[in-house]
Design a protein around this ligand. Structure first.
Ligand SMILES: N[C@@H](CCC(=O)N[C@@H](CS)C(=O)NCC(=O)O)C(=O)O
Length: 159
């Protein structure tokens, strides 16, 4: 598994601005900030680093996303001055559910957001994940609720 990658850029400030905006829909933000070095990531883990360098060679980098985030990434990247390199949509040439969008940053790096899951899967998964803790809590409360109802019924019967 890749832990992190570094992208060498000539115009550091511009790159930091571009990636901050373009990757915001994916939850990325600048987490580390040193002179000429910025680490972006999600949940406190910087895994995408920008490094000021005169030896910048354009690369291709792809970020995992759900389909909505792919759409939002593409809009944000263009709004941040990126060049359209492929509108959001399926790329069946890669595989049937490969949903991606592409933008070039100001130095020619090919930046992609990609979702590999079928259309309904991410939302369904998110909804299930949201419901799961609530269901667990309800299950935990159920015996207590039953006991309270029993106690109340017994009290009523005594009267
Ligand atoms: N304009 C193309 C871009 C496709 C693209 O850039 N694909 C990646 C692979 S997922 C690639 O060829 N990367 C090589 C590179 O940028 O050098 C599209 O919208 O499909």
């Amino acid at each position: 598994m890749i832990d992190h990658i570094s992208l060498k850029v000539r115009d550091f400030d511009r790159a930091v601005e571009f990636y901050t905006i373009a990757l915001a829909p994916l939850g990325y933000q600048v987490l580390r900030d040193f002179p000429g070095v910025a680490g972006l990531g999600v949940n406190g883990k910087p895994d995408f680093w920008l490094i000021r360098s005169e030896q910048a060679v354009p690369i291709h980098v792809a970020f995992g996303a759900d389909r909505d985030e792919v759409d939002q990434f593409h809009r944000a990247a263009l709004a941040a001055g990126g060049q359209d390199h492929g509108a959001p949509g399926l790329r069946p040439e890669y595989h049937a559910d490969y949903y991606a969008a592409f933008a070039l940053d100001s130095e020619g790096n090919n930046v992609e957001a990609v979702c590999h899951a079928p259309p309904t899967a991410p939302r369904a998964r998110k909804a299930a994940a949201k419901k799961a803790p609530a269901r667990k809590a309800a299950a935990k409360k159920a015996p207590a609720r039953k006991a309270a109802a029993k106690k109340a019924a017994a009290k009523k019967a005594k009267r």
